[in-house]
Design a protein around this ligand. Sequence first.
Ligand code: CO
Ligand code: CO
Ligand code: CO
Length: 304
Amino acid sequence: MDTSDDAGVYQLNDEIALVQTVDFFTPIVDDPFAFGQIAVVNALSDVYAMGGTPLTGMNLVAFPIKTLSPSILKEILLGGLSKMKEAGVALVGGHSIEDPEIKYGLAVTGLIHPKKILTNANAKVGDKLVLTKALGTGIIATALKGQMASEEAVRKIIESMVTLNRAASEWMIKFGAHACTDITGFSFLGHALEMAAASQVGLVIQSEAIPVFPEVLEYAKIGLVPGGAHSNRQFFSCKVEAHSNVPELLLDILYDPQTSGGLLISLSPNEAEKLVAVLKEEGHVYSSIVGEVVEEHPKKIQLL
Ligand code: CO
Ligand code: CO
Ligand code: CO
C-alpha cells in the first residue's frame, strides 16, 4: 500500500501468490449491457496491471429494484458476464443490495508468480513509457451526461472501456516490462506520478505524443470537464512542471479521471517500440510511447 499499487498480493508458497482487487461504480453510459462490460473490464484491469491472471469474480450489485425494471439489471449482469467469459474468469458468486442509485462492479481473485509481480516501483532510468489507451473518457462521459456528446465520441470511448487490458499485460511481460500501472480515477498524470514516486525517478512526458479520443478537446473547450479533473489538478500539479507551450486544454485531459483506462508501462526503449508495434497490429490503435524515465527531478514530471 505504501506505493499505491493496483492490487493486493498474498503469497501462498514459493511459486504462487493470490492477487486480489475490488472495484465498483455508478453508470457512466446509458446502455446497461455496456456499463456491465465496462465495470468488469475496469475491475480486472488492476490484476492485469500487476502481470497477474484473473481466475474468479464476485459481483457487487446495488439496484433500485422497486423503481427500475429487473430487465435493466439483467442486461448489466449479462454485460459483465460476457467480459468475464472473454477473460476466462469464472463468476463464483456475489452480493446485491437495494439502493436508489445503480452501482455495479466486481471483486476479483487471480494468481501471480511471487517473483514476477510487476509493480509501479521499478521504472528504470532510460526506460520509455508506453500508454495503451487514449485519454478523455471522463470528459466525454461528462458531455454525455449533458447530452452534448456525439454518438461517434461515445462509441469510441465505449469501445475502449470494454477492451480488456489482458493483451497489453501479456505482451508487456513478454517484452520484460519493468513497471506498470493502469490509468484510472487519479488521471494520467496522477498515476504517472505514483509510478515516479514509487520508483524514485523523474518522468518526462511528451504532451504531443499523448493519445486523445476525438472531440475531447472540443468538449474541454466548452468546460465539460468533470469535478474529479479539478481535484486531480489541485492535488498533483505541484509535482508537474508543464512547459509554457503545453496547451491549457490538454492539461484538463491529462488530469481527467479515466474509467477502464489503459496500462502505463515502463520498459527499455527497444522493447517499447516492439510493444507498441505489436499492440497496434492487434487493434490497440492508440498505443503510443509517451515519454521516458530520467534521473533528474525524482518523483516529479516534466511535461513538454
Ligand atoms: Co489500478
Ligand atoms: Co482499482
Ligand atoms: Co452475501
